[in-house]
Design a binder for this molecule. Sequence first.
Ligand SMILES: Nc1ncnc2c1ncn2[C@@H]1O[C@H](COP(=O)(O)OP(=O)(O)OP(=O)(O)O)[C@@H](O)[C@H]1O
Ligand SMILES: [Mg+2]
Length: 244
Amino acid sequence: MRTDLEHVGKRYGDTRALADVTISLSEEDQVVVLIGPSGGGKSTLLRLLGGLETADEGALSRNGIEFPRTEPELREFRRQNGFLFQAFNLFPHLSALENIVLPLVEVHHWERNAAHARAEEVVERFGMKAHLSKRPAEMSGGQQQRIALARAMAHSPATLLLDEPTSALDPEMKAEVLDLIEDLCRSGQRIVLSTHEMGFARQCADTVVFLSGGRVEECGPAKDVFDHPCSETVRQFLSKVMKW
Ligand SMILES: Nc1ncnc2c1ncn2[C@@H]1O[C@H](COP(=O)(O)OP(=O)(O)OP(=O)(O)O)[C@@H](O)[C@H]1O
Ligand SMILES: [Mg+2]
Protein backbone atom coordinates (compact mmCIF):
# COMPACT_ATOMS: atom_id res chain seq x y z
CA MET A 1 0.00 0.00 0.00
CA ARG A 2 1.22 3.45 -0.90
CA THR A 3 0.22 6.63 0.90
CA ASP A 4 1.02 10.07 -0.46
CA LEU A 5 0.56 13.44 1.21
CA GLU A 6 1.06 16.58 -0.82
CA HIS A 7 1.21 19.99 0.80
CA VAL A 8 -1.23 18.92 3.51
CA GLY A 9 -2.36 21.56 5.99
CA LYS A 10 -4.70 21.50 8.97
CA ARG A 11 -5.85 24.33 11.19
CA TYR A 12 -7.74 24.44 14.45
CA GLY A 13 -9.00 28.02 14.72
CA ASP A 14 -5.88 30.16 14.68
CA THR A 15 -3.54 27.24 15.32
CA ARG A 16 -1.78 25.79 12.34
CA ALA A 17 -1.42 22.16 13.43
CA LEU A 18 0.05 20.97 10.12
CA ALA A 19 1.56 23.01 7.31
CA ASP A 20 2.79 21.92 3.89
CA VAL A 21 3.27 18.27 4.86
CA THR A 22 4.55 16.32 1.86
CA ILE A 23 5.54 12.69 2.42
CA SER A 24 5.34 9.44 0.46
CA LEU A 25 5.04 6.13 2.28
CA SER A 26 5.62 3.06 0.14
CA GLU A 27 4.80 -0.62 0.58
CA GLU A 28 8.16 -1.08 2.32
CA ASP A 29 7.32 1.49 4.99
CA GLN A 30 5.51 -1.07 7.11
CA VAL A 31 6.27 0.60 10.43
CA VAL A 32 6.22 4.40 10.42
CA VAL A 33 7.04 6.27 13.62
CA LEU A 34 6.17 9.92 14.18
CA ILE A 35 8.44 11.75 16.59
CA GLY A 36 9.13 15.33 17.58
CA PRO A 37 8.36 17.92 20.25
CA SER A 38 4.99 18.24 21.96
CA GLY A 39 2.52 20.16 19.81
CA GLY A 40 4.47 19.29 16.67
CA GLY A 41 1.47 17.77 14.89
CA LYS A 42 1.89 14.00 15.43
CA SER A 43 -1.63 13.33 16.71
CA THR A 44 -3.12 15.56 14.03
CA LEU A 45 -1.29 13.66 11.30
CA LEU A 46 -2.43 10.32 12.75
CA ARG A 47 -6.04 11.51 12.78
CA LEU A 48 -5.80 12.56 9.14
CA LEU A 49 -4.16 9.27 8.12
CA GLY A 50 -6.91 7.30 9.87
CA GLY A 51 -9.74 9.33 8.39
CA LEU A 52 -10.85 10.67 11.78
CA GLU A 53 -10.51 14.19 10.39
CA THR A 54 -10.01 15.74 6.96
CA ALA A 55 -7.28 18.12 5.77
CA ASP A 56 -7.97 21.80 5.04
CA GLU A 57 -5.30 22.02 2.36
CA GLY A 58 -3.43 19.67 0.05
CA ALA A 59 -4.17 16.10 -0.91
CA LEU A 60 -3.91 12.66 0.71
CA SER A 61 -4.13 9.50 -1.35
CA ARG A 62 -3.85 5.77 -0.85
CA ASN A 63 -2.69 3.74 -3.84
CA GLY A 64 -3.39 6.77 -5.99
CA ILE A 65 -6.98 7.17 -4.79
CA GLU A 66 -7.81 10.33 -2.86
CA PHE A 67 -8.89 9.97 0.76
CA PRO A 68 -12.66 10.31 1.20
CA ARG A 69 -14.25 13.54 2.34
CA THR A 70 -17.90 12.71 2.96
CA GLU A 71 -19.01 11.25 6.29
CA PRO A 72 -20.36 7.90 4.97
CA GLU A 73 -17.17 7.32 2.96
CA LEU A 74 -15.03 8.35 5.91
CA ARG A 75 -16.87 5.90 8.15
CA GLU A 76 -16.09 3.08 5.74
CA PHE A 77 -12.46 4.24 5.49
CA ARG A 78 -12.10 4.29 9.30
CA ARG A 79 -13.37 0.74 9.50
CA GLN A 80 -10.34 -0.41 7.53
CA ASN A 81 -8.04 0.99 10.22
CA GLY A 82 -7.42 0.23 13.88
CA PHE A 83 -6.86 2.90 16.53
CA LEU A 84 -5.22 3.06 19.91
CA PHE A 85 -4.81 6.26 21.88
CA GLN A 86 -2.84 7.26 24.93
CA ALA A 87 -5.59 6.48 27.43
CA PHE A 88 -9.34 6.11 27.87
CA ASN A 89 -9.59 3.47 25.20
CA LEU A 90 -12.01 0.99 26.75
CA PHE A 91 -15.72 1.07 27.53
CA PRO A 92 -15.74 1.17 31.35
CA HIS A 93 -18.99 -0.79 31.80
CA LEU A 94 -17.93 -3.78 29.67
CA SER A 95 -15.65 -6.73 30.42
CA ALA A 96 -12.32 -7.05 28.60
CA LEU A 97 -13.84 -9.67 26.29
CA GLU A 98 -16.96 -7.61 25.53
CA ASN A 99 -14.79 -4.57 24.80
CA ILE A 100 -13.35 -6.54 21.88
CA VAL A 101 -16.53 -8.34 20.83
CA LEU A 102 -18.75 -5.26 20.69
CA PRO A 103 -16.91 -3.31 17.94
CA LEU A 104 -16.49 -6.49 15.88
CA VAL A 105 -20.26 -7.00 15.97
CA GLU A 106 -21.48 -3.40 15.85
CA VAL A 107 -18.87 -1.72 13.65
CA HIS A 108 -17.57 -4.58 11.54
CA HIS A 109 -20.80 -6.61 11.39
CA TRP A 110 -19.24 -9.88 12.49
CA GLU A 111 -21.49 -12.69 13.60
CA ARG A 112 -21.48 -12.85 17.42
CA ASN A 113 -19.98 -16.34 17.76
CA ALA A 114 -17.19 -15.54 15.34
CA ALA A 115 -16.51 -12.26 17.20
CA HIS A 116 -16.31 -14.17 20.50
CA ALA A 117 -13.90 -16.72 19.06
CA ARG A 118 -11.72 -13.97 17.57
CA ALA A 119 -11.74 -11.96 20.81
CA GLU A 120 -10.61 -15.02 22.78
CA GLU A 121 -7.89 -15.69 20.25
CA VAL A 122 -6.38 -12.18 20.38
CA VAL A 123 -6.71 -11.97 24.17
CA GLU A 124 -4.81 -15.24 24.51
CA ARG A 125 -2.17 -14.03 22.08
CA PHE A 126 -1.66 -10.95 24.24
CA GLY A 127 -1.39 -13.01 27.44
CA MET A 128 -4.61 -11.65 28.91
CA LYS A 129 -6.74 -14.79 29.13
CA ALA A 130 -6.96 -14.61 32.94
CA HIS A 131 -8.53 -11.15 32.72
CA LEU A 132 -11.27 -11.83 30.16
CA SER A 133 -14.18 -11.10 32.46
CA LYS A 134 -12.67 -8.08 34.23
CA ARG A 135 -13.87 -4.56 33.65
CA PRO A 136 -11.28 -1.86 32.89
CA ALA A 137 -11.34 -0.52 36.47
CA GLU A 138 -10.29 -3.97 37.69
CA MET A 139 -7.20 -4.06 35.45
CA SER A 140 -3.85 -2.25 35.63
CA GLY A 141 -3.10 0.48 33.09
CA GLY A 142 -0.81 -1.85 31.14
CA GLN A 143 -3.43 -4.60 31.09
CA GLN A 144 -6.03 -2.12 29.85
CA GLN A 145 -3.74 -1.00 27.04
CA ARG A 146 -3.08 -4.62 26.07
CA ILE A 147 -6.82 -5.21 25.77
CA ALA A 148 -7.20 -1.96 23.85
CA LEU A 149 -4.43 -3.06 21.50
CA ALA A 150 -6.10 -6.47 21.08
CA ARG A 151 -9.31 -4.65 20.20
CA ALA A 152 -7.61 -2.31 17.74
CA MET A 153 -6.13 -5.21 15.76
CA ALA A 154 -8.90 -7.83 16.16
CA HIS A 155 -10.50 -7.04 12.78
CA SER A 156 -7.10 -7.27 11.01
CA PRO A 157 -6.92 -3.58 10.04
CA ALA A 158 -5.06 -2.48 6.93
CA THR A 159 -3.24 0.07 9.10
CA LEU A 160 -2.97 0.24 12.86
CA LEU A 161 -2.67 3.83 14.11
CA LEU A 162 -1.21 4.16 17.60
CA ASP A 163 -1.04 7.55 19.30
CA GLU A 164 1.44 7.48 22.18
CA PRO A 165 0.14 4.09 23.34
CA THR A 166 2.52 3.85 26.29
CA SER A 167 2.89 7.38 27.58
CA ALA A 168 0.39 6.91 30.43
CA LEU A 169 2.14 3.77 31.69
CA ASP A 170 4.84 3.10 34.28
CA PRO A 171 8.15 1.67 32.98
CA GLU A 172 7.32 -2.00 33.48
CA MET A 173 3.90 -1.78 31.84
CA LYS A 174 5.40 0.36 29.12
CA ALA A 175 7.89 -2.39 28.33
CA GLU A 176 5.10 -5.00 28.22
CA VAL A 177 3.02 -3.00 25.75
CA LEU A 178 6.05 -2.07 23.62
CA ASP A 179 6.96 -5.79 23.42
CA LEU A 180 3.48 -6.54 22.09
CA ILE A 181 3.70 -3.74 19.53
CA GLU A 182 7.11 -5.03 18.49
CA ASP A 183 5.55 -8.49 17.95
CA LEU A 184 2.86 -6.91 15.79
CA CYS A 185 5.54 -5.09 13.78
CA ARG A 186 7.37 -8.39 13.25
CA SER A 187 4.16 -10.15 12.22
CA GLY A 188 3.89 -7.78 9.24
CA GLN A 189 1.16 -5.49 10.56
CA ARG A 190 1.26 -2.05 8.94
CA ILE A 191 1.61 0.46 11.78
CA VAL A 192 1.83 4.23 12.10
CA LEU A 193 2.75 5.19 15.64
CA SER A 194 3.53 8.39 17.49
CA THR A 195 5.80 8.08 20.47
CA HIS A 196 8.33 9.76 22.72
CA GLU A 197 10.07 6.36 23.18
CA MET A 198 13.14 7.03 21.08
CA GLY A 199 14.75 3.62 21.70
CA PHE A 200 11.64 1.91 20.42
CA ALA A 201 11.39 4.23 17.42
CA ARG A 202 14.97 3.57 16.47
CA GLN A 203 14.60 -0.19 16.79
CA CYS A 204 11.22 -0.79 15.16
CA ALA A 205 10.66 1.95 12.61
CA ASP A 206 11.26 1.46 8.91
CA THR A 207 10.65 5.17 8.44
CA VAL A 208 10.76 8.01 10.95
CA VAL A 209 8.89 11.27 10.40
CA PHE A 210 10.03 14.16 12.59
CA LEU A 211 7.36 16.83 12.99
CA SER A 212 7.94 20.20 14.59
CA GLY A 213 5.65 23.22 14.48
CA GLY A 214 3.36 21.31 12.14
CA ARG A 215 6.10 20.81 9.55
CA VAL A 216 8.10 17.77 8.51
CA GLU A 217 11.65 18.55 9.58
CA GLU A 218 12.98 15.21 8.47
CA CYS A 219 11.66 11.95 7.05
CA GLY A 220 13.69 8.85 6.28
CA PRO A 221 15.00 5.50 7.48
CA ALA A 222 15.30 5.34 11.28
CA LYS A 223 19.05 4.84 11.15
CA ASP A 224 19.59 7.96 9.03
CA VAL A 225 17.33 10.17 11.13
CA PHE A 226 18.80 9.04 14.45
CA ASP A 227 22.46 8.68 13.49
CA HIS A 228 22.86 11.40 10.88
CA PRO A 229 20.06 13.95 11.14
CA CYS A 230 20.30 16.65 8.50
CA SER A 231 18.20 19.19 10.35
CA GLU A 232 19.62 21.20 13.23
CA THR A 233 16.20 21.11 14.95
CA VAL A 234 16.22 17.30 14.86
CA ARG A 235 19.83 17.18 16.06
CA GLN A 236 19.05 19.41 19.03
CA PHE A 237 15.86 17.52 19.91
CA LEU A 238 17.61 14.15 19.81
CA SER A 239 20.61 15.32 21.81
CA LYS A 240 18.20 16.55 24.50
CA VAL A 241 15.92 13.48 24.67
CA MET A 242 18.60 10.84 24.14
CA LYS A 243 20.69 12.27 26.99
CA TRP A 244 19.03 10.14 29.66
N1 LIG B 1 -8.81 19.75 18.61
C1 LIG B 1 -7.95 20.76 18.65
N2 LIG B 1 -8.35 22.03 18.84
C2 LIG B 1 -7.49 23.06 18.86
N3 LIG B 1 -6.14 22.93 18.69
C3 LIG B 1 -5.68 21.70 18.52
C4 LIG B 1 -6.55 20.54 18.49
N4 LIG B 1 -5.77 19.44 18.30
C5 LIG B 1 -4.51 19.88 18.22
N5 LIG B 1 -4.44 21.24 18.34
C6 LIG B 1 -3.22 22.05 18.26
O1 LIG B 1 -2.52 21.65 17.11
C7 LIG B 1 -1.11 21.60 17.37
C8 LIG B 1 -0.61 20.18 17.08
O2 LIG B 1 -1.14 19.31 18.07
P1 LIG B 1 -0.92 17.76 18.11
O3 LIG B 1 -1.82 17.22 19.14
O4 LIG B 1 -1.06 17.21 16.74
O5 LIG B 1 0.62 17.66 18.56
P2 LIG B 1 1.47 16.40 19.03
O6 LIG B 1 2.72 16.39 18.22
O7 LIG B 1 0.61 15.20 18.99
O8 LIG B 1 1.85 16.76 20.54
P3 LIG B 1 2.06 15.78 21.82
O9 LIG B 1 3.44 15.19 21.66
O10 LIG B 1 1.99 16.71 22.98
O11 LIG B 1 0.96 14.77 21.81
C9 LIG B 1 -0.94 22.03 18.80
O12 LIG B 1 -0.59 23.39 18.79
C10 LIG B 1 -2.29 21.82 19.42
O13 LIG B 1 -2.51 22.73 20.45
MG1 LIG C 1 -0.11 13.89 20.42
